[in-house]
Structures are given as C-alpha cells and as structure tokens.
Design a protein around this ligand. Structure first.
Ligand code: 7PM
Length: 279
C-alpha cells in the first residue's frame, strides 16, 4: 500500500500497512453484569486482549450512536470513558475516543487520547476550537441527519458528490480553526443516514476519496447493510464483515474499525501475504 502519515500527539507516524481499530463500547447495554468497577475492569481486559490479538488502536465509545439510543449527559459519558482512556494511554496504547462533545474531547486529550473519532465531524459548537487546542488526530466522519432519525428514508441527489463536498467543507473548517491537515482522517460513515445502495456507491468511490490525500477510516463491522446483503442476523455477520474489511483495504482504506480483532488480523495477514500490492 502507499504509505501515508498521520500526526498524533506531536508524533508523525507512518502508516505503511492497514491498521485495525478495535471497538470497545463502555455503554450500560454493552455490559450485563453489574457495578461500575467491574465494568471498567472488564472493559480494560477486553481492550488488552484486543491489543494481544493485534489491534493497532482501541476506539472507546461511551455514547451509543444506535438509531433511537438516548443521548448521554456529558459527565456520565466522561465517567465511562476517561479512566479507560487514561489507563490504556499510560501503557502506550493508542486510544481513539468516539465522541461528539467538546468537553469530553478536551478531557480525553488531556488524558492522552491519540485520536478523536467524531461521527459528527466537529460540528458541535466549540468542537473545532477544542480539537485545535489539543494535538490528537481527528477522524471526520460523514453523517446525514442525526443518529435518532438518520435511517428514516435518507435521500441524496448524488450520495458520492454530497459526501465528498461535506468532507471537503469539514477539512476546510478544521484548517481554518487551526487543525493541521496532517492530523486528519476521513470516513464516509457507512450506515449513517444511508441506504444499502448509498453505502455501496460510497464503497465503490473509496479510491476517489483517497484523492484528499488523507488516511481513510472505514467501519463495516456487523452493519445492517451486510445483513441486508447476506440475510444474516447481527450475530452471524462475521464472514461478511471480514470480506467488507478486506474489500475496503483493497479499495484504499487505511484504518478499519472492527469488533472481531483476531479474525480480522488473520484475514489481513493472509491477504497481505497473497496480494501485497493491494494492502
Ligand atoms: C448503531 C449504529 C450502533 C451505528 C452502532 C453503530 C462508525 C463509527 C460507529 C464508523 C467511525 C457501529 C456504529 N460506526 N466511527 N462509530 N466510523 N469513525 O456499527 O463507521 O459500530 S458506531
């Protein structure tokens, strides 16, 4: 693959092979068994297992972006993500935090987060300034509408043009606020206000998205488009998720966001051994 670089916390890292970002949700519905202390320890041990399995980065989320999910107050979201961010960062593990809230962004950057993963692309008031004042990398993701209602009949004249124009505008807004392009990662936001057809059109356009010259992050893991194409329930979507991850890499994605780290790392290892020029 063509190497790209990314600046995170003052260090420019060269990305010369696909990175696996692994999902750790610290929301109440992602734990079935009780108290906060136990939850935190469980999340930590999950994250450490994922690093053992070959994850390059851990993406911590404290607010579900599931359609219809209640929004989480700032202090509650912070309570969920801050300790884990700090604990992993102290061990030298690159941490990304999935949040749209400036106060959460500031606190996790102070705790050592390497990336802010914002499904809202820094559109919240104060988000641009907050990221500009820190030095974490930032993922700018496209979303049409808001999580609660985004899957209710999303419509585009031309989904590819619209997503490109959106990302171009968010890059410009970031640069104007003082965020260096070298800190940015782009994401078309599969499933965020998009039908199956929209998602596939965007997937086919990934090679063009590389034209921005920035690393691309993609998340296909277990998503409903994979369910629609395979007629599989969410718990049965691992094969589809692996195929989607490899396809995204072959089309130019740099970072893939996944639930199933071991399986994805194995699939990538074989892909890279066999078709090295595509990954
Ligand atoms: C419901 C809807 C539950 C969507 C969970 C999700 C992405 C992300 C998510 C992505 C980036 C999921 C998503 N997806 N961040 N956060 N890119 N950058 O399926 O595709 O994990 S949450």
């Amino acid at each position: 693959m063509i190497a790209l670089s990314l600046r995170m916390n003052g260090q420019t890292v060269t990305i010369n092979r696909p990175w696996v970002m692994s999902i750790v949700n610290v929301t109440p519905d992602s734990f079935s068994d009780g108290g906060r202390y136990f939850d935190a320890q469980k999340a930590l041990s999950r994250a450490l297992t994922m690093i053992d399995d070959g994850a390059d980065m851990i993406d911590i989320g404290g607010e579900s972006s599931r359609p219809g999910a209640p929004s989480v107050p700032e202090n509650e979201e912070l309570k969920r993500v801050l300790w884990l961010t700090e604990t992993l960062a102290q061990r030298g593990i690159p941490v990304s935090v999935d949040t749209v809230k400036p106060q959460v962004m500031r606190a996790v950057m102070d705790a050592g987060a390497a990336m802010i993963n914002d499904i809202n692309a820094l559109r919240a008031p104060g988000a641009l300034e907050t990221v500009a004042a820190g030095d974490a990398a930032v993922c700018l993701m496209h979303m049409k509408g808001e999580p609660r209602t985004m899957q209710q009949a999303p419509h585009y004249e031309n989904v590819v043009e619209e997503v490109f124009a959106f990302l171009e505008e968010r890059i410009a807004a970031g640069v104007a606020a003082g965020i260096a392009k070298e800190r940015m990662v782009l994401d078309p936001g599969f499933g965020f206000g998009k039908t199956v057809e929209h998602n596939l059109a965007l997937m086919h356009a990934l090679p063009q998205l590389r034209g921005f010259g920035l690393p691309l992050l993609v998340g296909w893991s277990r998503k409903s488009t994979l369910g629609a194409l395979t007629h599989r329930a969410v718990t049965e979507r691992l094969p589809a998720s692996l195929a989607a991850a490899l396809a995204a890499i072959a089309l130019g994605a740099t970072i893939i966001r996944v639930h199933d780290v071991r399986e994805t790392v194995d699939a990538l290892t074989i892909w890279r051994a066999m078709i090295p020029e595509t990954a």
